[in-house]
Write a protein that binds this ligand. Structure first.
Ligand code: ASP
Ligand code: MG
Length: 469
């Protein structure tokens, strides 16, 4: 009994054409697999629109949510009018859209009256996008002769009550989800499950955090002992670099779980490692595929390190950063300077992306988002007031407009020479490197360059260590 769980992201179900295409993909896979479960996102932009409508209502603005109702009605009606015949379920579906949007309006009205929107209310509100879309896709499939039914994940995925970022309770979910889906799967019907959504044991709607429908697919893949999980998106797979910056960027055929983690951390727009952990840990193959180019194989993610020695898989950049440096001759050998520096950083709620300290101990540098730099510098100056007065610390300053460039690949581990090639490529372009850090996992090398030469740095590294393998 081969089981496939497929998830369609927002852009893969974000327009009439996309839903048409997603339905064709479902019908095709339905022929090849014994059991097929589909997870859908809301149409692209819908979760944002619902969120904005609710937040503005809390601030006293009721115009935004009303405009959102009009806009979302038009978008969903457009899909339904195009894909469902008047003689079929069209009228029912239009009614379903209206009812969900009326619910949205009623929630926003309450939020407006109360003057606040709680995380719990936000989950009830933002889950509506997926609820509508699951019903639309299931109806489109029925109109094409398939047996299909929309299922609210509130009936499947049991979570704690951390609203807006709920944690699935896997034992409870395993007890609930397969039983609910089994009846459909036995009669060979395809469940269309709302991504992103769950419910507490008491039945209160929760959501799994933004982008959470990948997580929904992974959770169901785990619970159903799926043979594979496919994530449908709008690109051919995970790319070796941002194609807007590196024209010869290409799709990475295989990535390890560790590499996914490094890529997500270092700014690539890929799967969030947390969301796919359930399937990767179980050794269930996971694929990222393009809805608009379905015959392309895509990227597969595997649990074990996968690589030829020396290979770098991707190069990424994080922009909008400043490098803060605490420097002074008197810092040498004084314990506690680093701890106090980072305590001051933490007191400002800033998250540190990279740290580098020269072994002379005469300076500590770290990278934070530019907006956080002025308050962080103030906090460090206050913490080090005595050291500054004594000139043990000379100054705390920031270098703005810098970028962290990271080369990722488990193949770097234990292979000498990769860093030399990377820095050689930069030297060849006369690119000045401001700071360097390597994770002890040896799965990535990061360095800091000024923003204006970052694209050139990316291109040179891509050329040297990705194109020339
Ligand atoms: N619709 C939700 C969001 O935009 C979940 C998802 O698309 O994965 O965050
Ligand atoms: Mg079927």
């Amino acid at each position: 009994m081969a089981t496939l769980v497929m998830k369609f992201g927002g852009t893969s179900v974000g327009s009439t054409e996309a839903i048409d295409q997603a339905a064709a993909i479902v019908l095709e896979q339905d022929r090849d697999w014994d059991r097929l479960v589909v997870v859908v996102s809301a149409m692209s932009g819908v979760t944002d629109a619902l969120t904005r409508g609710a937040l503005r209502s809390a601030q006293g603005d009721t115009g935004t949510y009303r405009a959102t109702v009009t806009d979302l009605r038009a978008r969903h009606y457009g899909v339904i009018d195009a894909l469902l015949a008047a003689s079929g379920e069209r009228a029912d579906l239009l009614g379903i859209v209206d009812r969900h949007l009326e619910e949205f309006a009623a929630f926003c009205h309450s939020v407006h009256v109360l003057g606040e929107v709680t995380p719990r209310a936000m989950d009830a509100i933002t889950s509506l996008g997926e609820r509508i879309n699951a019903r639309v896709l299931a109806a489109v499939l029925r109109a094409r002769g398939a047996d299909s039914e929309a299922v609210d994940a509130t009936e499947l995925i049991v979570t704690d009550d951390t609203f807006q970022d709920a944690v699935p309770l896997m034992d409870a979910t395993r007890a609930k989800a397969p039983a609910r889906l089994e009846a459909l799967l036995e009669r060979k019907a395809t469940p269309i499950v709302t991504g992103f959504v769950g419910a507490t044991a008491g039945g209160v709607t929760t959501t799994l955090g933004r982008g959470g429908s990948d997580f929904s697919a992974a959770i169901l893949g785990d619970c159903l002992d799926a043979d594979e999980v496919w994530i449908w998106t709008d690109v051919d797979g995970v790319m070796s670099a941002d194609p807007r910056l590196v024209p010869d960027a290409r799709v990475i055929p295989v990535l390890s779980y560790a590499e996914v983690g490094e890529l997500a951390y270092f700014g690539a727009k890929v799967l969030h490692p947390r969301t796919i952990r359930p399937v990767v840990e179980r050794g269930i193959p996971l694929w990222v595929k393009n809805t608009f180019n379905p015959s392309f194989p895509g990227t597969s993610v595997v649990s074990e390190p996968e690589s030829t020695p020396g290979t770098v898989k991707a190069v990424t950049a994080i922009t909008g950063l400043s490098m803060v440096t605490v420097e002074g001759r008197g810092m040498m050998g004084v314990p506690g300077i680093a701890a106090r520096t980072f305590a001051a950083v933490a007191s400002q709620g800033a998250s540190v992306l990279m740290i580098s300290q020269a072994s002379s101990e005469q300076s500590i540098s770290f990278l934070i988002p530019t907006a956080a730099a002025p308050p962080v510098i103030k906090a460090i100056e206050a913490e080090m007031a005595l050291e500054l007065a004594r000139r043990d610390v000379d100054r705390v300053w920031s270098l703005d407009q810098v970028v962290i460039v990271t080369a990722v690949g488990t193949g770097m581990r234990g292979t000498p020479g990769v860093a030399a090639r990377i820095f050689g490529a930069l030297a060849g372009g006369d690119i000045n490197v401001v700071a360097i850090a390597q994770g002890s996992s040896e799965c990535s090398v990061s360095f800091v360059v000024s923003a204006e030469i970052a694209p050139e740095a990316l291109r040179r590294i891509h050329e040297e260590v990705i194109n020339n393998v």
